[in-house]
Design a protein around this ligand. Structure first.
Ligand code: NAP
Length: 256
């Protein structure tokens, strides 16, 4: 796949994985709609993308605002003619006491941003892709969505929901020229994982992870999970009986 001239709508662009992907895509000639809440960070990123001659548009909005996400996608289409790729990446860890205590508004916030924010983005781009008979939708889900993790109920639920949602979409758009790629990373060093006391097995550096994200998108994979060692363990966990899973995962101090 050639990124040159591809029009990409990227949520969660202002830091971490989204920021790194934006720069990598701009470097390869892609055009970017940069979505997040922190405008200053997006403007700064936009300038860095432009240094690679990448075209950008900045949209400072909250992905839980359905109308704002729709309008942003519409403005992208008006300016650049189409959206080729959606990368639904915006997300939070919800790594706080309230969320861990199942405080409903805190859990709702995680699910609103991680799952329903991604739904808003799909709703905003998919009809245009279906009309054109081409496009790609990419979900940045997580290995945390395979099975419930301890002290991570909201995050695990949001990512399990995200994986299931995008898999259903993939089935719905089969034969419509649209590919759906679900990426399930393990731990990557970003602001989301920064400062956590918990053990993060097989923690990856962002620069090592970016080529894996790009490869999954370029190959239009249905699923990609990495790093491979953690992905293998997590996949094996999926097939464990509950008593065995409880014994192993209950002991582990994993979080998102
Ligand atoms: P990050 O550095 O904290 O970036 C999160 C991004 O999401 C930021 O750009 C943030 O921008 C944006 N965002 C958060 N809430 C938003 C909202 N309501 N509306 C619009 N944008 C919002 O974290 P990251 O590690 O790069 O995470 C990116 C994605 O990868 C997340 O979905 C995360 O769950 C997933 N993931 C991360 C890891 C990991 O280990 N890092 C592993 C698996 C999956 P603003 O604050 O400016 O809005």
């Amino acid at each position: 796949m050639n990124w040159d001239g591809k029009v990409v709508f990227l949520t969660g662009a202002s830091s971490g994985i989204g920021e790194a992907l934006a720069l990598a895509i701009a470097k390869r000639g892609g055009t970017l709609g940069l979505v997040a809440r922190r405008r200053e960070r997006l403007e700064d990123l936009s300038n860095r993308c432009k240094a690679y001659d990448g075209k950008t548009r900045v949209f400072d909005l909250d992905v839980t605002d359905e109308a704002a996400v729709y309008q942003a996608a519409d403005e992208m289409r008006s300016e650049f003619g189409r959206i080729d790729i959606l990368i639904a990446n915006a997300g939070i860890g919800g790594n706080d006491e309230e969320t861990r205590a199942y405080h409903p508004p805190s859990v709702k916030k995680v699910i609103d941003i991680n799952l329903l924010g991604a739904v808003n983005a799909v709703h905003a781009v998919l009809p245009g892709m279906i009309d054109r008979g081409e496009g790609q939708i990419v979900a940045i889900s997580s290995l945390a969505g395979f099975r419930g993790l301890p002290r991570s109920a909201a995050y695990s639920a949001s990512k399990a929901g995200m994986t299931a949602f995008f898999e259903s979409v993939r089935l719905d758009v089969r034969n419509k020229g649209i590919d759906v790629t679900i990426i399930q990373p393990g731990f990557i060093r970003t602001p989301l994982t920064a400062g956590r006391a918990n053990r993060m097995p097989f923690l990856m550096e962002l620069e090592d992870a970016v080529p894996l994200f790009l490869k999954a998108i370029e190959k239009r994979k249905r699923f990609a999970a990495f790093p491979w060692r953690l992905a293998t363990i997590v996949r094996a966990g999926k097939f464990m009986p509950a008593w065995l899973y409880d014994r192993i995962a209950g002991r582990a101090r994993y979080r998102e």
